[in-house]
Structure formats: C-alpha cells, structure tokens
Design a protein around this ligand. Structure first.
Ligand SMILES: NC(=O)c1ccc[n+]([C@@H]2O[C@H](COP(=O)([O-])OP(=O)(O)OC[C@H]3O[C@@H](n4cnc5c(N)ncnc54)[C@H](O)[C@@H]3O)[C@@H](O)[C@H]2O)c1
Length: 410
C-alpha cells in the first residue's frame, strides 16, 4: 500500500498489520546493546553528513539510510562509509508505508531521523503536488509506521525517538527594518568576522506563529504539525528542529552556493533574484549534523529547537564573497568575475529575511556553531573545486534541462 496515492480510501488499510507481521519475521538482534536508527534522505545533502557522522561516531549503532534516490539523492555522497559494517542503504520511498513498516520490524528500529523531503523552493512553485506528496504524506507514512510498529513492542515508546528535521521557512518572512545592518544582539564563533550584521530587530523563535509562504514551506509546516499531532494524540516521542540555510560539500547544484561556484568556475552568468537584497542566515552543514546528533540524544521529547548560524547575509553579498573566494583559489585576478552577476526576475513570493534565534539550543544543550563563516565558505569553495568529477557527474544529465527551464527568459 502506498500512502501517497491521493485517495483517502487507502488510509484505513494501515490496519492490515497482521499480514505484514506474518510475512516478515524480524531478525534476531540484541536490541538492548544496539540502537537501530533509520535516517531518511541520507543520500541528500544534509542527510549524507548526518549518516557519515552517525556511522563513524557510533560503530555500535546500526544506521539504515532510507532514500528514494530522487534527482537530489546521490550515493556518491557516501562512498567513504558505504562499506562500514554498521551501515545499510535501502532504496525506498517514504510514502511506501508497507515497505517502511516492514523495514522497521526487520531492523527493530528504535530511532528515526527524518530528513527525506523535496527541498527546493523553486521546484515547489512549479510542482506543488510533489511537495505535498513527499513532505506531508511521506512524513505521515513514517509517523504511522513508527507508531504502529512501536505499539507492538512490550516496552512501546520507551527508549524510542522520532526526530523530524524541518526548516526556518515555516515561520514566514521577517521585515528588513535595518537595510544597512546593525550590530546583532548575539554572536558566536561562526558569525562572520568581517560582516557580522543583523538586518532587522526581530528573529525567529520557537514560539512564533507559522506563516509559510511557498508551497515548500507550507508542506514542511504541515509535516511539522503532523509530527506534533502524533505526540499530542498518541504520545509518540517526537522532536522537531527548524534550521536556517545550510552550506557545505555535497549540496545539489540547484542551490545558490554550489550553483554559483560552478558557474564562476565555468564563467557562466550568475542569476541573482531581484536586487539580491533578500537576507538568509547561513550555517555550515557539519555544524547542523552535530546539532542533530546532540538533539537526537539529549533533546527533550515534544520540544522544538531552532538551529541557526547567528550569521545573516544578503544574497548579493554572499555572491560577491563567492566570486572573490573562487577567483582567488583559481588564481584569477581579484574581482575579475564580478561582471558575471546578472539580475533576473525575482522568485514569486520571495521571503525578504530569515534570521534564527537559536539561543534556546545554546542555553539548554550547549550547542553553538563552530566554524567561522569565512572559513566555512573557503572550505566549501575548495571542496567543489577539488571535486569537479562529482559536480560534472550531476550537471551532465537532467539537471542541464532543468537549469535551462528555470533560468531561460527570466
Ligand atoms: N538545505 C537546507 O538549507 C535546509 C535547511 C533547513 C532544513 N532543511 C531540511 O533538511 C532536510 C534535508 O534537506 P537537504 O537540503 O539535504 O535536501 P536534499 O534535497 O539535498 O535531499 C533530500 C533527500 O531526500 C530524498 N527523498 C526525496 N523524496 C523522497 C521520498 N519520497 N522517499 C525517500 N527519499 C526521498 C532524496 O533522494 C534526497 O536524497 C529536508 O527535510 C529539508 O526540508 C534543509
């Protein structure tokens, strides 16, 4: 049964568990000494960093990466750990309830870290159905499978955890009340050394009302509500985190940073939306993975934590940093490629400013980002330049067609 067939007629079929139980007897494993964790979306950008961290840091855990391998999923992101004995990859759709339920039984799963999603706002504007399917119905399928499987166990929810990874975009847009920037109210090691500014007085805090604007953020908001509803209704031990923009190695090159590094390298135009004034908070992806590790183990059930970089940037300023860094690393003249900047029609409904206040996480669990922004950007640019084969492999196929469709005639 596939939960994402749009007909609600399928939903009562969740109750067909006895069949599933008979057909798939769980393998014997000493579950008291081993944690068995499903990480969904582990072949994607953030998921691959989370899988790598868990596989390397916890050899006593069993890590099962469940990924459908959409255009955004790439097993090459995990070459270095694919042969580890505590790692298993399962190609599956999170909407496929039967398969997910069987897998949970077979692997005696005790924890879920749910990252699988459609994640690109521009794609959600063109095709909102796919986002509702994967992000809403897929999350519901994961929740229902976890609930039903864990309820069959004598200890039920004891020692279990369903951790849902979400985005700060669910909070909607903040106003840019200080277009030239002011001194921010908080700072960490990760904040930029040269340009540490806040562009408004307000920040996203965990108690803020959800006001999503794009089909992507609406689908993530909906999935967050389902996760909390499963806690409030059934007692499922859930946690939700909402994170700001991530950057770093292995990001699919439709997103700003890898897209622009690759374009600068090939001296292709850099399509900047509107005037490039939109503000985002940026966090190095490994710092996000570290936060996920900490929250999965030490976070309080039913809580929400915001994760951010304390690091606001206007898009146009990020683009200039990328040009300078890439040109320097390629041995080109300073600012030689500034003329690649091309302003294109703004994204529909483009949120002006996102800025995360993640002091709750700092206060309660002691997490802070570690990598200072300029260091992180340099590390990232260097990685993409050093891994051209990875990039070429991705950009050679359908991606080129998609790129033409998105940016032609804008
Ligand atoms: N990238 C960011 O800056 C950012 C920031 C905050 C939160 N998030 C959230 O983090 C999560 C991961 O984001 P990302 O940037 O790594 O995304 P990504 O697009 O790089 O990866 C998504 C992964 O999910 C897989 N997937 C998609 N649909 C699936 C399905 N139906 N079944 C199984 N697997 C499926 C894809 O194959 C891919 O491997 C998402 O939930 C996203 O909303 C991302």
């Amino acid at each position: 049964m596939h939960i994402c067939n749009y007909s609600l007629l399928f939903i009562p079929n969740f109750l067909r568990i006895p069949n599933i139980c008979c057909t798939f007897a769980p393998k014997l494993r000493n579950s008291t000494t081993m944690r068995s964790i499903i990480i969904t979306g582990g072949a994607g950008f953030i998921g691959s960093h989370v899988v790598r961290l868990f596989v390397n840091k916890y050899p006593e855990y069993r890590i099962i990466n469940v990924d459908k391998l959409t255009y955004a999923g790439n097993l090459a992101n995990l070459r270095d750990i694919e042969d580890k004995p505590n790692y298993r990859f399962v190609k599956a759709d999170i909407c496929d309830f039967d398969t997910i339920y069987r897998l949970m039984q077979e692997e005696q799963v005790t924890g879920i870290i749910h990252l699988a999603a459609e994640s690109h706002v521009d794609r959600s504007i063109k095709d909102p159905f796919t986002f509702a399917r994967t992000n809403v119905m897929g999350t519901l399928s994961m929740l229902q499978a976890a609930k039903l499987y864990w309820e069959t166990l004598p200890e039920k929810y004891e020692g279990k955890r369903f951790y849902h990874i979400s985005t700060d975009e669910v909070y909607g847009a903040l106003e840019m009340t200080h277009p030239d920037g002011i001194e921010p109210p908080f700072t960490t090691k990760a904040s930029s050394g040269s340009q540490h500014l806040a562009y408004g007085d307000k920040f996203f805090t965990e108690d803020l009302k959800y006001q999503p604007h794009s089909p992507y953020s609406a689908s993530k908001a909906s999935s967050d509500h389902f996760v909390r509803a499963f806690h409030d209704t059934y007692g499922l031990p859930t946690i939700v985190t909402n994170c700001s923009n991530n950057y770093g190695p292995y990001q699919f090159p439709e997103k700003l940073i890898p897209l622009f590094i690759n374009n600068i390298r090939h001296r292709r135009a850099l399509p900047v939306y509107g005037q490039g004034l939109n503000v985002r908070d940026w966090l190095y992806v490994e710092d996000h993975a570290r936060a996920i590790d900490l929250i999965f183990h030490k976070g309080t059930v039913a809580e929400t934590y915001n994760i951010g970089g304390f690091n606001e940037w206007k898009n146009i300023d990020i683009v200039k940093v990328l040009i300078r860094t890439t040109d320097r690393l390629l041995g080109r003249k300073e600012d030689e490629d500034m003329n690649l900047i091309t302003y294109v029609t703004d994204r529909a409904g483009h949120d002006m400013r996102y800025a995360i206040d993640s002091r709750k996480l700092q206060r309660e669990l002691g997490w802070e980002p570690t990598l200072q922004f300029e260091e992180g950007i340099e590390k990232t640019v260097r990685w993409y330049l050093d891994n051209q084969a990875w990039m070429d492999n991705i950009t050679s196929g359908d991606y080129e067609k998609y790129y033409e469709e998105m940016y032609r005639n804008r």
